[in-house]
Design a protein around this ligand. Structure first.
Ligand SMILES: [Zn+2]
Ligand SMILES: [Zn+2]
Length: 346
């Protein structure tokens, strides 16, 4: 029987269990999971910050090969390599029809793989064929898995919510996997200077070597305001992408943002936060949220990956039975880039 990483109770170890081989409906496929990467939202599920149906198989950054197909499916065949778009917007509500499918009014009523339907930390899973994006070319499976959430979250924040353009200066506050893709996508969109802000020298180095960061600021031993003033001739940055979302990060962001600049909250903050409102008023700043992305953004990312325009961030491989170990590393801030499960690992 196939194995899966199952979440039963908040703040309790995950269980590695044997599950039944998935039984599919006529519009679904069975995927053999090639790689399934960890997102901090998975940690938020295990700590109760994001409530989910339980028990459930976690995992929403998924790359898999089609093993079995339902009778109605004509666009895919057995053996196709695919990436899963893990949410299922209705396509019909007033948000979906104007292209805001990541804020679909019915998003919680339809399968959200890894949250309300079994996800990809498993050897096999079933998924509706409409949630799949086909991949051609020889792209590492773990890179493709990343695109399913980290990639679309970054692209949506950079190109849809903030519309980074030629000549802009942007900063990423927090150096996790999504931030690494924000840096790359901002650079690809024409940003003049992209800056990574964090506390881990190792992660800041990854931002420089892998994600095109022109500058990095280490909060443990550098003065953020002074560094940003120096980098931007005193003007501040046009966009800050805040992955920490705390009172400290928001206040720091409000100090380094330019007049009329935008602060985009991308991380999932867990506590109420306060900010000095005077700065926001005087500089006419905007604080705005950004949440996952659309299926068309996922298709674009797959295309960019196929053309070697986008680079994979560091990916460390784990077995499914190492799930509790890797979740603990993630909670302790010790994952550089992304970590992923390869269920076929012995
Ligand atoms: Zn995610
Ligand atoms: Zn909708």
């Amino acid at each position: 029987m196939p194995k899966a990483v199952r979440f039963h109770e908040v703040d309790k170890p995950l269980k590695i269990e044997e599950i039944d081989f998935p039984k599919i409906g006529s519009n679904e496929v069975v995927l053999k999971i090639l790689a399934s990467s960890l997102c901090y939202s998975d940690v938020h599920v295990t700590t109760g910050v994001i409530p989910v149906k339980r028990p459930i198989t976690l995992g929403h950054e998924i790359c898999g090969e089609i093993e079995e197909l339902g009778d109605n499916i004509i666009d895919f065949k057995k053996g196709d390599k695919t990436v899963v778009y893990f949410i299922s917007p209705c396509g019909d509500c007033d948000q979906c029809v104007v292209g805001n499918s990541s804020t679909c009014n019915h998003i919680y009523e339809s399968p959200m793989y890894g949250f309300s339907a079994d996800g990809g930390f498993a050897e096999y899973m079933k998924v509706n064929a409409k949630n799949l994006v086909k991949v051609t070319g020889n792209i590492p499976s773990e890179f493709l898995a990343n695109l399913g959430c980290a990639g679309i979250t970054a692209l949506h924040a950079v190109n849809f919510i903030s519309q980074v353009n030629l000549g802009h200066t942007i900063a990423v506050y927090g150096t996790g996997g999504v931030g690494m893709y924000v840096l790359q996508l901002a650079k690809l969109s024409g940003a003049k200077t992209v800056i990574a802000i964090g506390r881990s020298e190792e992660k800041l180095q990854l931002a420089r070597t892998c994600s095109f960061a022109d500058e990095t600021v280490n909060l443990t031993n550098e003065n953020l305001s002074d560094r940003i003033k120096g980098i931007t001739d005193g003007l501040g940055v046009d966009y800050v992408f805040d992955f920490v979302v705390s009172t400290e990060s928001l206040n720091n962001s409000s100090k380094i943002i330019s007049n009329n600049g935008k602060i985009i909250l991308v991380g999932i903050g867990t506590q109420p936060i306060s900010v000095n409102p005077k700065r926001i008023t005087f500089k006419e700043n905007c604080i705005i949220g950004s949440n996952v992305g659309t299926k068309s953004e996922l298709k674009l990312l797959v295309d960019l990956a196929q053309k070697n325009t986008l680079k994979s961030v560091s990916n460390t491989k784990y077995r499914l039975d190492e799930a509790n170990h890797v979740f603990n590393l993630f909670k302790d801030g010790k994952i550089r880039g992304r970590a992923f499960f390869d269920p076929s690992s012995p």
